[in-house]
Ligand binder design. Structure first.
Ligand code: PLP
Length: 401
């Protein structure tokens, strides 16, 4: 018999299934609101002009080659990524209390964090928000964490954050737990803590001695401002917390398939960084040995050139402005139709996504109209365009009536 004869199909990965269904659909009105990737007003992927400029420069640079990168990644990229995250004047940078490790996208940075926490620091319990990005649990499970727990986050009644519930759940966490916090533009809800709420969350993390792992996949997408969007991890670092921060450049550089991320390690004892680095390198060595060059080189080229850096900030603003505009247009269309219910949360939520509050049955109706979205009711606002937003609103209107 074939050794594979007992292999059963795994459940489909929802966003990739939606991509396929949308590609196969012949409906001229079809809309893909599944995948979290930026689209232009024409519904097309956008190669950032500053990325094209960096790639042209790289193509003409005869000093570059395809030798292996160091295990920890491209040095210019790693330091530049930390400056974007913390700002170059932050004390963790000026006091050399932070080091970055290049990962395969935000996912790879998270997996590296999970491996290190499990194998080097013996953590075994992780808390994730309810709900959270579809891959957090799987990444930690794959790294060997035996307990994956949830803290309350989304409040269905207010369509906002349940901060009291969140703090209560984290206060009840056993000693030596890891907590994953979305730094900004929470996926899937689009709901973030206020600065006052972050102070409460920090207090609980400190009280319970939780190890904080920030996931920052949307820096720049929420407000259009890199500094504002990194407020929470900077604040925690201000308060002398040991931290991991998993950065992704997939969204804010539009470099999805280049797999470019960075794991920032903040240690309040700077003298421990060499030992941490050596253990990180061993951990990386057995997973991907050393990381790919292209995306790291693009990001480093842009971040280390003043003119490119300014261009990049402008292009991030173009993306975040268009997303905010589509939030308003969707809400305006729903109001015009007199759609039952209150839809103000769509404008209040930030980042790439909106948690619409549509039920599973209502989502089914949307799918039947070839508006592709997650079963949880999450839509990627970036998939909306001036041409399709009225159709999406009409389908939502019909779905809830
Ligand atoms: N974390 C969150 C919250 C995300 O939404 C995503 C991507 O959707 C990631 C991490 C991973 O991003 P990457 O594609 O860089 O692995």
């Amino acid at each position: 018999a074939c050794v594979f004869s007992d292999v059963q199909s795994a459940p489909p990965i929802e966003v990739f299934l939606l991509n396929r269904l949308c590609a196969e659909s012949k409906d001229p009105n079809k809309v893909n609101l599944g995948v979290g990737a930026y689209r232009t007003d024409e519904g097309k992927p956008w190669v950032l002009p500053v990325v094209v400029a960096a790639e042209l420069q790289m193509a003409n640079d005869k000093t570059l080659n395809h030798e292996y990168l160091p295990v920890a990644g491209l040095p210019d990229f790693r330091t530049a990524a930390l400056r974007v995250l913390f700002g170059s004047e932050h004390k963790v940078i000026t006091e050399n209390k932070v080091e970055g490790f290049q990962g395969l996208g935000g996912t790879g940075a998270l997996r590296l964090a999970a491996e290190f926490l499990k194998k080097i620091l013996n953590y075994d319990i992780v808390y994730v928000s309810s709900p959270t990005w579809g891959n957090h649990k799987g990444i930690f499970k794959a790294a060997g964490f035996s307990q994956i727990k949830e803290y309350r986050y989304w409040d269905a009644d207010t369509r906002g954050l349940n901060c009291a519930g969140m703090c209560e759940d984290l206060m009840a966490a056993p000693p030596k737990s890891v907590v994953i916090l979305h730094a900004v533009a929470h996926n899937p809800t689009g709901v973030d803590a206020t600065k006052e709420e972050w102070a409460q969350i920090l207090h609980v993390c400190r009280e319970r001695e939780l190890f904080v792992l920030f996931d920052i996949a949307y820096q720049g997408f929420a407000t259009g401002n890199l500094d504002e969007d990194a407020w929470a991890p900077r604040y925690f670092a201000d308060q002398d917390m040991d931290l991991f921060v998993a950065q992704s450049f997939s969204k804010n550089f539009g470099l999805y398939n280049e797999r470019i991320g960075n794991l920032a390690v903040v240690s309040k004892d700077a003298s421990k960084l060499p030992e941490i680095r050596s253990q990180m390198e061993i951990t990386i060595r057995v997973m991907w040995s050393n990381p790919p060059n292209h995306g790291a080189r693009i990001v480093a080229t842009v971040l280390n050139n003043k003119a490119y850096y300014e261009d990049w900030k402008g292009q991030i603003r173009t993306m975040s402005d268009r997303i905010m505009k589509m939030r308003h247009e969707l809400t305006d269309n729903l109001k015009k139709l007199g759609t039952p219910g209150n839809w103000d949360h769509i404008v209040k939520q930030i980042g790439m996504f909106s948690y619409t509050g549509l039920s599973a049955k209502q989502v089914e109706y949307m799918l039947s109209k070839n508006v592709f979205m997650l079963g949880s009711g999450r839509i990627s606002i970036a998939g909306l365009t001036p041409k399709n937003v009225a159709y999406v609103a009409k389908c939502m209107d019909e779905a809830v009536r």
